[in-house]
Design a protein around this ligand. Structure first.
Ligand SMILES: N[C@@H](CCC(=O)N[C@@H](CS)C(=O)NCC(=O)O)C(=O)O
Length: 204
């Protein structure tokens, strides 16, 4: 399988970490693709009309997106039943936490675009304020309500760790650790995992 993308995308990194945690290191290869927000990549668009990374090209040559579908596909391929349990209560807690972590990634990527990529003079300050508020609200929720799910390796804890890694990488000045000791402890432990190190971020 080919995973098209770059590890500086939190979504690509969560897929790669899932592949490694599921024991698929010999079956998934990262194929570098770094996108600009305003230009399409025709090669990638053949695999996904959305043209965003990550895209997984399966062993049958099909294109899968987006990151959540890829993560589930990787678990399915590996026969892994624990990263997204079947049991109803556990499953929907994990899926909700996964959506929270990915929502936090969405807000952080959007804030990065708004503050670093958009041409000077075109920034929208009310949107910057809204995204900033959303980021801190998600971080507070993670700190207060998800300790149990973050204790184990699952799709949601992987996504949370990769999202916090992205905040460190691109939004260090937001100091997400301040006042969030539980989340800091979680990130410290998770970042030491072999999968997170093997799928490490480039220098900021
Ligand atoms: N919901 C998507 C989000 C993917 C996404 O936003 N990828 C960004 C990189 S971090 C991208 O490809 N941006 C290029 C673009 O928007 O054209 C997922 O979970 O995979």
């Amino acid at each position: 399988m080919k995973l098209h993308g770059a590890l500086n995308s939190p979504y690509v990194r969560m897929c790669m970490v899932t592949a490694l945690e599921a024991g698929l290191q010999d079956r998934v290869t990262l194929v570098p693709a770094d996108l600009t927000f305003t230009k399409a990549d025709p090669k990638l668009e053949k695999l996904s009309a959305i043209g965003k990374i990550p895209i997984l090209e399966t062993e049958h040559g099909h294109g899968l997106h987006d990151s959540r579908v890829i993560m589930e596909y990787l678990c399915h391929t590996a026969g892994n039943k624990t990263f997204l349990p079947d049991d109803g209560v556990k499953r929907f807690r994990i899926l909700t936490l996964l959506a929270l972590a990915q929502g936090l990634s969405d807000a952080t990527v959007s804030l990065r675009i708004e503050t670093s990529s958009r041409p000077q003079g075109l920034q929208w300050s009310a949107l910057i304020d809204r995204l900033t508020f959303r980021i801190y609200a998600c971080l507070d929720d993670l700190e207060q309500n998800w300790a149990h799910e973050l204790q184990s390796v699952n799709l949601a804890s992987i996504a949370t760790a990769c999202t916090l890694g992205y905040l460190d990488f691109r939004m260090d000045h937001m100091k997400w650790r301040n006042g969030r000791p539980e989340l800091e402890k979680f990130a410290k432990g998770f970042n030491a995992r072999a999968s997170m190190i093997a799928a490490g971020l480039p220098a900021a």
